[in-house]
Design a binder for this molecule. Structure first.
Ligand code: PMV
Length: 316
């Protein structure tokens, strides 16, 4: 075990194609957003200090032995220590920092938990396999989202683009041609639990209609994977538009999100869609070098509170 500080990071994330249908067993594609990161540092403390989690951006300090069972950071700390075979509370301070905007659909909670778990493994001198990290972080995601598909914790733990099917090992994918996304935060807070719950009620009331929409989304995701593999960004953009229209039919778009996707397309984006739970949160637009600045300005003019650009590169 190290006596010097151990540090680890984790990226934000965005869902490229397939949200909501992924809850019903269809595939989805997600990518990390390394332009925003969470980091965790574990510093040894004096004997008998116990384990303290200091989440600077959340303004929270949690003593592990006081942390409630459903406190996400305390939960992942306990699970990681158990995984490491550490049965006695260690005398460690875990300091968390993040540049990922909180509650904005970029996976800030899962990224903080991921950085924390990785830093604990590093402090214990053990390798943190992505599957193990993802499994532990999934437990904290359940506190926020109920029964999440697991796509957020998986893409963040892998730190590479992934092809994801619920209950199956994720497949890391490497795009042969880089592509750039403009990620626009609508500034509207819309809990994923609510939109996921509404889609479930819709599916229960009209199963055949919803299954058909999920199948159509799955077809767009499969075609999107092929478009990425072929470097056909025009097709990928068209598939993002199609996926967005299907998500709107599922009832998870909103007037502000429609204004954002329309503005992005009008400014030259190859495609645009809501990303994540919907109604609020993020819109993503596929941009070229020629239109990136215009699209970013158009998104801000259409009331986005923030736009983050991320390029998904062949080297991850
Ligand atoms: O709202 P986000 O960005 O955490 O994305 C949720 C994705 C959903 O497919 C809507 C839910 C899930 O658990 O996969």
């Amino acid at each position: 075990m190290s006596v010097s500080p151990a540090t680890a990071t984790a990226p934000g994330k965005t869902i490229l194609l397939g949200e909501h249908a992924v809850v019903y067993g269809r595939p989805a594609i997600a990518t990390p957003v390394w332009q925003t990161v969470a980091s965790a540092t574990v510093t040894p403390l004096a004997p008998d200090s116990g384990c303290v989690i200091v989440a600077e951006d959340l303004g929270e300090t949690i003593r592990l032995h006081d942390g409630a069972a459903d406190q996400p950071l305390a939960l992942v700390t306990r699970l990681a220590l158990a995984e490491l075979g550490i049965t006695q509370e260690p005398d460690w301070q875990i300091t968390l920092q993040s540049t990922i905007p909180i509650a904005s659909g970029l996976g800030s909670g899962a990224a903080l938990s991921t950085a924390l778990v990785r830093a604990l493994f590093a402090q214990a001198g053990q390798i943190a396999e992505p599957q193990t990290v993802s499994r532990i972080v999934y437990e904290s995601e359940r506190i926020y989202h109920g029964t999440p598909s697991g796509i957020d914790n998986t893409v963040i733990a892998y730190g590479t683009p992934i092809w994801f099917v619920r209950g199956q090992p994720a497949e890391a994918f490497v795009p042969p041609v880089p592509f750039t996304l403009a990620i626009a935060d609508s500034g509207i807070r819309s809990p994923t639990k609510e939109t996921v719950g509404d889609v479930r009620r819709g599916w229960e009331a009209q199963p055949a209609r919803h299954e058909a929409l999920f199948d159509a989304i799955a077809a767009a995701v499969h075609a999107g994977r092929k478009a990425i593999a072929a470097g056909d960004l025009a097709l990928l953009g068209a598939l993002m538009d199609e996926d967005h229209a299907l998500l709107a039919q599922l009832g998870v778009s909103s007037d502000p999100l429609e204004r954002l996707v329309t503005a992005a397309r009008a400014a030259g984006a190859l495609g645009a869609k809501l990303s994540g739970g919907g109604r609020g949160g993020n819109v993503i637009a596929l941009v070229t070098a020629d239109c990136q600045v215009a699209v970013e300005h158009a998104l801000l003019a259409a009331s986005a509170v923030r736009v983050i650009g991320t390029t998904v590169t062949p080297v991850g």
